[in-house]
Write a protein that binds this ligand. Sequence first.
Ligand code: ADP
Ligand code: ZN
Ligand code: MG
Length: 491
Amino acid sequence: MATSQDTRAAVRAHYEPVIGLEVHVHLLTASKIFCSCSTRFGDPPNANVCPVCLGLPGALPVLNQQAVQFATLAAMALNCRINERSIFARKNYFYPDLPKGYQVSQYDKPLAEFGWIEVPATGGGAKKIGITRVHLEEDAGKSLHEGFPDSYDHTYLDLNRCGVPLIEIVSEPDLRSPEEAYEYLTRLKEIILYTGVSDCNMEEGSLRCDANISVRPAGQREFGTKTEIKNVNSFRFIRQALEYEIERHITVIESGGRIVQETRLFNSNEGKTYGMRSKEEAHDYRYFPEPDLLPLVVDAAWQRQIRALLPELPAARRARMMREYSLTEDDVYTLTRTQGMADQFEEAARAAKNPKRVANLVIGDLLGRLKAQGLEIEQSPISMKGVAMSADLVESGAISGKILKDLYDKAFERKEDFPAIYEKEKPRQITDTAAIEKMIDEVIAANPKQVEQYRAGKTTMKGFFVGQVMKASKGQANPALVNELLDKKLS
Ligand code: ADP
Ligand code: ZN
Ligand code: MG
């Protein structure tokens, strides 16, 4: 019998969500986009303002070259085409945190267009998401509604953020599920972090996202009417807000209603969105070219200089790491969760004999211990040299996996690096020739086939015998001695 949940799922399957995201990212310049005021976060309110960013009459903007360079670098990392000539425009609206009465942005002719990034596709593989444009603009100030004795009937203004440089990254309506939107944001943020142009800190407002969403009956070409969800402050909440909106759109349409194009706010406590302003009340921004700024020219020579600053980007890095160290895609995703982690891993991988073993150690033995102590890999008590050393010890059979785990526990307990712990705690080695010979004899007797192969010229079997003897000695036989005695016995 069909339950109401089954029917709901069937109705849901009849509609396809369409999502496009607008992401604002602060650029890490020292000074603002049109004046020399500091961009520092957390300074006392209104400490970093001047006639230009306050919009006092007669003050003239001077464009920050570093902001242009950062914006262009980010746009290149997002596979955009850079417009050699772009135009600043005034976006006019009244709001208390916008003293000039307009925001300097870019409109018809943005800095960059026609980009894309890849996100993992639901059925495996990758899907390209188009990036319509990347443009430069200035941020507005902040209204402070809380934290003052008279906050119940006063709002204060902090204009430090006025004029902090931003890029806006607008996606094509190519996303088809909240999950894809989440992936897109994760990949986008990662790429921006790799370029170093922003810290993408959502708590401090360095990365903000508006989500546009509509639904259409499966198979229909035209998009449905969209709503826009503003200023949601985590990727998880964006996913949640989109889920909620999809259900709401479908419910409205199924009951014969029509979606009103409007801006909505997400209440994360309730998990619901609320209408804020409809299209009828929407602003007419009366965009026009900014008369106080020349067209922005990023010529071919400057573009080449900026392109040369592009680092190896996450997707390329993952592909290379899979090749170079024979890792799986899953391994590589885990090991590149942050740029720092990838750097640390590669340091260890390059210092060790078998990078795959290093990957297994980091994923299986290191990350969990770090997480339990709330540490980043950069704060690991076991250095990457120590990880490499421990991997080599396991590789040569000098210690077993079990002993390694034990040594790692001790390193974390005492906050000491692996080499020091190993020196103190290393298993007592068996150096008694007679005892090792006895173990070798037993291994030889138990593996006649392998002995035959070895003697027939398959010298790569040596590793097998070393492994067997080390195992028989519980990892305690001296590896050099094992090798020497094996050579003698096998020849
Ligand atoms: P607006 O004129 O309302 O600003 P835009 O066409 O500039 O709309 O698009 C803004 C964002 O909304 C873009 O990210 C775009 O991909 C997305 N978008 C546009 N139309 C739709 C739609 N019907 N459904 C979902 N997203 C949409
Ligand atoms: Zn200023
Ligand atoms: Mg628009």
